[in-house]
Ligand binder design. Sequence first.
Ligand code: HEC
Length: 221
Amino acid sequence: MKAEPRYPILTLLVPVMGLAILALSAGCRQDMRDQSRYEPLEHSNFFADGQASRLPVENTIARGQLRIDTHMFEGTLNGEQVETFPMPLTEALLNRGQERFQIYCTPCHDATGSGNGMVVQRGYAKPRSFHDIELRAKPVGYYFDVITRGFGAMPDYASQVKVEDRWAIVAYIRALQLSQGAEFSALPDADKDAVRKGAGAASQDEHGAEAHHGASHGKAH
Ligand code: HEC
């Protein structure tokens, strides 16, 4: 039994119909792009200044760009640099701050903040240490401002580091400062013990070194 084509008429009709539709639509083409509206910055005879685009009403603020929270965006309250953070201090914030600090700040300030980063070792101006007594006393708003606007030889990081990350970095700088200059009384008990033991070990070391020194001294004679 020979298989006949099952829809001979339809297979012929489809291309014919397609051609017909094409021919028809070519005549009355109406694209969405050809609308009777102005393109951005197009010329217009309607407005006196000849421009179709109107300027936004004065003091217009784009969505998401309202920055009236000076604490967050300037690091100030009533014109004074803030002592507090505009967001809760969390471990996640500190971790983020550590990561951002290591990317953006260590090239000059080094990982401990002492100001001896690789770029400085290669001749760039040396910043003062973050453990400098006077710098430690500065409010957190000061640090936010330095990152946002730069300081002397240091460029600003406003375009690379977004606002929340700047605060995260400042929080991490505070942690760095604490790591090098915490009051003994502020340490948790376990750390106090470790410091006491460490102090003991150090003095033992000194004695050990003394004895060794004595021995080699004797040998030399
Ligand atoms: C290209 C090198 C460089 C990088 C990167 C850099 N700094 Fe600095 N920073 C400097 C220099 C140099 C100074 C000192 C500027 C001066 O005294 O003229 C300085 C000063 C500072 C000061 C102290 C201002 C004072 O009162 O002495 C702070 C705080 C500071 N930087 C924070 C940061 C933070 C946070 C970052 C990372 C976001 C950063 N810096 C990245 C070079 C750098």
